[in-house]
Design a protein around this ligand. Structure first.
Ligand SMILES: Nc1nc2c(ncn2[C@@H]2O[C@H](COP(=O)(O)OP(=O)(O)OP(=O)(O)O)[C@@H](O)[C@H]2O)c(=O)[nH]1
Ligand SMILES: [Mg+2]
Length: 484
């Protein structure tokens, strides 16, 4: 049965690739994956990218725009009728009009953008249609955590869950679930209520790990955090078990029931999502919110690195193994981007980039992207702050100026979300190694969140496009060659 499934998958993807190639000759298309854990900034990135393309944003490092070769960019009907459209207009209205950030994404959506351009070289002009179709998919970041599960059986899933739950940064939050799991006898008869209690306790523990204070990342299964349309479904009523021996599950036992549900979750929930949406990517940007992890400390950074390396390893190509059928399509470039760099003074941007390079380094090395171009960049899709200096005695100190979100605090001061304030940004250490070392007393690193920026208007009332930091460099890396 398993081999039949993978055969159908392969056949489907092969067919998709063939039809993809045929249409490509007339109007090339590019499927851009915007990957990232929850709250990494995917929805904001997609909105800012499209807004800047459509509204003629300032993009000096994006060649096609700089040399005036983009005639126009327009939104088109998205290709799959079964997938909701990315609510671009609503997100822009929220960001620009109300100055609020989008809510967490609860379901998948997609958007198709057509860019009409003129090739830079006469040779290319002869053969290209002058149109590039860009398909972009947005989804809840939590679901990405499920990708590594596809390669794991229930036993491995359980063992890893128990190991993680024992880490000092998690043990207190995991205590409730652990007590239930340790008391449960996997060989005893399956009991629906016991299964439900354990599943709820496990989900509660994962949710607690995700809160700002711990800001942990390796928290599968993803739908326990963001169920989407599976809220309350029996597909989510399972939990890892404490398995003390290697014996296979006895039919009818708790172990057998949990194992069966775990496998069903993979087959019916995880696999279709990746097969239909993620498997055919041409290029991808991996957004990483290192600042949130830095705020919470070295444990959170280590956990972020663990999550990313497991996920990126799944994107490697042509290595054989369990994901070959999903990822037979070649991703030709991957950009790892540290987001939200506008929380820092530009002097710290290189350090942020270095931190993310280090987090991603092991992941990228392990993944061995056989020939895919990989780069790392610190950026902000939407720049919510400006830079300034404040005189203190004789010294001029760099500050960033923005409107902190209501409820953010510095010391005793609580911000109301209305007034603009100059603050000393959290400073990243010159030697980045220290942020990865536990117990180094990094309490000094604290970033506060800002509201989206107030957009300038020109004399005739036209709102300018969303400001950013190095979004144009990201675009050049991802799209530059396709518009050359
Ligand atoms: N200052 C600043 N904040 C950002 C930027 N991008 C994202 N944020 C912040 O990060 C939060 C999450 O961004 P989203 O784009 O919603 O993140 P996401 O990856 O879509 O998250 P999920 O939908 O939960 O998976 C936002 O609410 C903002 O507070 C940015 O470029 N600059
Ligand atoms: Mg989102």
């Amino acid at each position: 049965m398993a081999s039949l499934t993978s055969f159908t998958d392969e056949a489907r993807i092969a067919l998709d690739t063939l039809t993809g190639r045929a249409t490509n000759m007339f109007s090339p298309s590019l499927r851009l994956g915007v990957t990232g854990l929850s709250r990494a900034g995917k929805t904001v990135f997609i909105t800012a990218l499209v807004h800047n393309l459509i509204h003629g944003g300032r993009l000096p490092l994006f060649d096609a725009r700089k040399s005036g070769r983009i005639a126009r960019a327009l939104l088109e009907e998205q290709p799959d009728d079964a997938v909701p459209r990315f609510q671009y207009e609503d997100h822009v209205a929220a960001l620009v009009g109300e100055r609020i950030w989008p809510d967490s994404t609860r379901a998948i959506s997609e958007l198709r953008l057509t860019i009409e351009y003129e090739s830079a070289s006469g040779w290319n002009r002869l053969f290209s249609s002058g149109k590039l179709t860009l398909d972009i998919v947005d989804y809840p970041g939590e679901w990405l955590l499920d990708l590594p599960l596809l390669g794991k059986g229930f036993r491995t899933f359980s063992r890893e869950a128990v190991e993680l739950a024992g880490l000092p940064v998690r043990a207190d939050l995991a205590a409730g679930w652990r007590a239930l799991a340790e008391a449960a006898d996997p060989a005893a008869d399956a009991d629906e209520m016991a299964a439900r209690r354990m599943a709820e306790a496990f989900a509660g523990y994962l949710k607690a790990c995700k809160l700002d204070e711990r800001a942990l990342s390796t928290l599968p299964p993803g739908r326990f955090l963001m169920p989407g349309d599976l809220d309350g479904s029996p597909a989510l009523t399972f939990s890892p078990l404490v398995l003390t021996d290697d014996k296979p599950a006895r039919p009818g036992s708790l172990h057998a029931m949990m194992e069966r549900r775990f496998e069903a979750y993979k087959t019916h929930v995880v696999k279709p999502f990746f097969r239909e949406h993620i498997a055919r990517l041409d290029c991808q940007i991996v957004l990483v919110d290192a600042l949130q992890a830095l705020n919470a400390g070295p444990w959170a950074l280590a956990d972020l690195e663990r999550a990313l390396s497991e996920i990126l390893a799944c994107f490697r190509i042509g290595q054989g193994g369990f994901l070959t059928d999903l990822f037979s399509h070649r991703i030709d470039r991957i950009l790892v981007a540290a987001t939200k760099a506008d929380h820092l003074h530009h002097e710290s941007h290189d350090r942020l980039q270095a931190i993310v390079r280090r987090i991603a380094d092991r992941a990228v090395k392990r993944a061995d992207f056989s020939g895919a171009k990989v780069d790392v960049l610190a950026m902000a899709a939407v720049r919510a702050t400006r830079e300034g200096t404040v005189k203190q005695g004789r010294e001029e100190l760099p500050v960033i100026i923005g409107t902190p979100l209501a409820g953010e605090t510095i010391g005793d001061e609580v911000f109301d979300g209305r007034s603009e304030t100059a603050i000393f940004p959290g400073d990243l250490p010159r030697k980045i190694d220290s942020v990865f070392e536990p117990d180094n007393g990094n309490a000094a690193i604290r970033f506060i969140r800002f509201r989206p920026p107030k957009l300038e208007r020109t004399a005739d009332g036209v709102t300018l496009s969303l400001p950013h930091i190095r979004l144009d460099r990201a675009m050049q890396f991802l799209l530059g060659d396709r518009l050359a």
